[in-house]
Design a protein around this ligand. Structure first.
Ligand SMILES: NC(=O)c1ccc[n+]([C@@H]2O[C@H](COP(=O)([O-])OP(=O)(O)OC[C@H]3O[C@@H](n4cnc5c(N)ncnc54)[C@H](O)[C@@H]3O)[C@@H](O)[C@H]2O)c1
Length: 300
């Protein structure tokens, strides 16, 4: 069975690609390799080095595909503040192209990687899918627009879609360097290099860290569940939230405190919809996930 993973050479996409190959799917990856790397890719997957902004190139790849997992994006807040038009092209226009190509090719279902950044700051926790979206950055808004497009395509064209809102994904292979480095991956490298961990701004903000293999499982359930396909939005998150200081303590070593960023203070997800509609719950606790990463990075 042919499936497409956009952004399959990236952090989450490469884990998903591997899992789909292991399950025997004929996996086609579309990635322009702007942030993804060929080396991440399972050798059994077929790479189409295409930019999703170029609609004319998509048709032949989408032909006969049953499921499309749409992960490609420029997925960071800061670049979207610096150049919102460029990130809009990758995050919104490219998503529209994926939906159009899926509709035209008769794809069964599109599973869209959405983001908890759609919530922004909310008065109450846990974050529930029916809360009003209040994105704080162009990135958050662009990911939210993708959800709305998915729902609209289900409503008006009958294309099955589902949006999974991930909360801070971590795990092996997360980018460790440069502007795209994620907090946990950066901490591990700093610890390994005996440098202090850089905490922004006081480390008291909390996040529902989600292991990448739990995210992969959610994607596969989302493609198959008979209970979804009408543009549902579903939280995919770790069970508990942890402060940045707690994470730093689990990794160990000295800390330094740096300038604040535009980000919500706390996040914690209500997971009842994921359980009800997908039969999904996170399986990997943060303690287990970090222990695995410490081992991988040779931190005793
Ligand atoms: N990592 C997280 O914590 C997190 C949290 C919430 C949501 N998400 C979403 O999950 C998805 C995957 O995130 P990730 O962390 O694996 O990011 P990533 O940057 O590692 O992967 C994205 C991939 O998309 C590719 N890409 C970007 N623009 C493209 C284009 N126009 N055409 C073709 N390929 C293009 C990049 O080369 C890269 O390989 C994104 O949609 C992101 O918004 C991630």
């Amino acid at each position: 069975m042919k499936v497409i993973v956009t952004g399959g050479a990236g952090f989450i996409g490469s884990h998903l690609t591997r899992a789909l190959v292991e399950k025997g799917y004929d996996v086609h990856v579309i990635d322009n390799l702007s942030n993804g790397k060929k080396i991440n890719l399972d050798p059994e997957a077929k790479l189409h080095q295409i930019d999703l902004r170029d609609f004319s190139k998509l048709k032949p790849v989408f032909s006969n595909a049953k499921f499309v997992f749409h992960l490609a994006a420029l997925p960071r807040v800061q670049p979207s503040i610096q150049d919102p038009r460029n990130t809009n092209d990758h995050n919104v226009n490219a998503t529209l192209n994926v939906l159009l190509a899926s509709r035209d090719a008769g794809v069964k279902r599109v599973v869209y990687s959405a983001s908890s950044s759609a919530y922004g700051n909310q008065k109450k926790l846990p974050l529930r899918e029916n809360m009003e979206a209040r994105p704080l950055s162009p990135y958050g808004l662009q990911k939210y627009i993708g959800e709305l497009y998915c729902k609209l395509f289900s409503d008006i064209y009958g294309l099955e879609t589902i949006s999974l809102r991930y909360f801070n994904v971590y795990g092996p292979g997360a980018p460790t360097e440069g502007a795209y480095a994620m907090m946990m991956a950066r901490f591990l490298i700093q610890r390994k290099n005996s440098e202090p961990l850089t905490i922004v701004p006081d480390g008291k903000q909390s996040r529902a860290f989600t292991h990448v293999r739990d995210v992969v499982r959610a994607n596969i359930l989302a493609a198959k569940s008979a209970k979804v396909g009408s543009g549902e939005v579903i939280n995919i998150a770790g069970k508990k939230n942890h402060t940045v200081l707690e994470i730093a303590d689990m990794i160990g070593g000295p800390k330094v405190f740096i300038e604040p960023r535009l980000e919500p203070k706390h996040s914690l997800a209500d997971l009842s919809k994921a359980k009800k509609l997908l039969g999904w719950e996170p399986k990997i606790s943060l303690e287990e996930g970090i222990a695995e990463l410490r081992k991988l990075h040779g931190i005793s």
